[in-house]
Design a binder for this molecule. Structure first.
Ligand code: ADP
Ligand code: MG
Length: 438
């Protein structure tokens, strides 16, 4: 097998002698071929398993004319009878394709992601039983991928013998295209087997699959097979199914079978908490005002927030400086412009709308249902949505609403009304100008 693999994949002498030659056959059970890695190569377990696994799988499956999965185990673990369950765990763990950085315990829960977090946890606790599929959606950098990996880890920690598989839509698409292009039926079968025999399938950024003819067809069948067998499916996307324009009805209905959970942009408290969490493993003191400065100024998403934080740390290290507010402002000057115009906040919007209608800001945020307050309140919601980066939750909060569905309703009402009501549209344009002029 080793020799065949060497010629088949045209391995250099160095690669072959270093990585492949020292490997030995350990066992074959339940269609899994386990290969032993010498104990002194423990550090290379991950490298070998990621680099050579598929080579071995293809070579062995072709030579034996039977589909095998491949696992690697260290010689010292193999000798130890009791560690066989650990070996299974390793196999499932390696196959799952998870990033160990993304776990529930590194995920900060805030108003913006609370629902998605609880839904993910519920699914992780009883895969296939709670909600199927779980559909997570939200803008870029808001934590969808982090939650998906967390679910995968949690399930494997609880049930080491479950088969979990995380893939990006890009990986999935590439695999489908590749096996179609090869015209090799065995290859297509292996692909189907890979996806249709898992207990938990996580597909990230599913919007990239939709509309790609053959890929979405393959996905459709995979979905049906898994779902009818009670296997858990978890999907993420940038939009809810009803807003995905090119989504066919058969997909839309399936995506809506289980639970749909959104992630909103983080509010101030969540941004602050994430920075604090990042700073836990930094060994020097960082002043409160620094966290406040970054959390106030970087709002759009968490990826940028982490980027800004990393930039600050790197800046301080390289220049051997303390992390003071002045240094942070210097480090982030390209990201946060100091001469930025007046900051548009929900409060500013409320003040200007109130002034425009000749009512008080208190009336806008009150619970009063009088018609002279209801419309200005909805206009505030609408403008907060369009002029600030605030989440629906924090817009609701600024307007004294506990429930963000009121905010959604308000925004929809105004969006609809201005289509037919020219006077209202004009009024809002004027208020908009008042808000954005200094
Ligand atoms: P998405 O998949 O929605 O684009 P990611 O899951 O890749 O976003 O998140 C972007 C970055 O922000 C990652 O490094 C992730 O760990 C981090 N992140 C996102 N949400 C949180 C959170 N609630 N707590 C801690 N880190 C988070
Ligand atoms: Mg992602």
């Amino acid at each position: 097998i080793k020799e065949t693999l060497r010629t088949e994949y045209d391995l250099s002498d160095i690669s072959y002698n270093t990585w492949v030659k020292p490997l030995n056959f350990h066992s074959e059970k339940d269609d899994i071929v386990t290969i032993m890695i010498p104990s002194d190569q423990a550090h290379a377990l991950k490298y070998i398993s990621s680099k050579y696994k598929s080579y071995f799988q293809v070579t062995i499956s072709e030579m034996m004319d039977h589909t095998y999965d491949i696992a690697f185990i260290l010689e010292k673990d193999a000798e130890n009878e009791t560690s066989s369950s650990k070996a299974v765990y390793n196999i499932n763990y390696i196959n799952a394709n998870l990033n160990s950085k993304y776990r529930f315990d590194t995920f900060v829960v805030g108003g913006n992601n609370k629902f998605a977090h609880s839904a993910s946890l519920a699914v992780a606790e009883s895969p296939g039983e709670a909600y199927n599929p779980l559909y997570l959606y939200g803008g870029a950098g808001l934590g969808k991928t982090h939650l998906m990996h967390s679910i995968g880890h949690f399930i494997l920690d609880q049930n080491p013998d479950m088969k979990v598989l995380y893939v990006t839509s890009e990986q999935f698409t590439n695999e489908v295209i590749e096996s179609i292009r090869s015209g090799n039926a065995a290859k297509m079968n292996r692909l189907r087997e890979k996806y249709r025999t898992v207990d938990v399938l996580l597909i990230d950024d599913v919007q990239f699959i939709i509309g790609k003819e053959s890929t979405q067809e393959e996905f459709f069948h995979t979905f049906n097979v898994l779902h009818s067998a009670g296997k858990q499916i978890i999907l993420s996307s940038d939009k809810p199914p009803k807003e995905m324009e090119t989504l066919e009805e058969r997909f839309r209905s399936r995506f809506e079978w289980g639970l749909i959970a959104d992630i909103q942009p983080p509010d101030y408290e969540t941004r602050y908490a994430i920075l604090k969490k990042n700073a836990e493993n930094y060994n020097k003191e960082i002043k409160e005002e620094v966290f406040q400065y970054i959390a106030t100024n970087i709002k759009s998403n968490i990826r940028e927030l982490e980027g800004a934080y990393n930039k600050v740390i790197a800046f301080a290290r390289l220049n051997k400086l303390d992390i003071t507010l002045e240094n942070v402002q210097e480090a982030l000057k390209d990201i946060i412009s100091s001469h930025s115009t007046r900051q548009i906040t929900p409060q500013l919007i409320i003040d200007i709308v109130a002034e425009h209608f000749g009512i008080s800001p208190e009336d806008i945020v009150s619970r009063k249902r009088n018609s002279e307050f209801v419309q200005p309140r909805q206009i505030c919601m609408y403008l907060c949505r369009h002029l600030t980066e605030e989440s629906l939750q924090s817009i609701g909060k600024a307007l004294g609403k506990k429930d963000h569905t009121t905010v959604i309703h308000g925004i929809e009402k105004i969006t609809e009304d201005i289509k037919t009501n020219a006077e209202l549209k004009n009024r809002i344009d004027i208020i908009r100008k008042k808000i954005s002029s200094d």
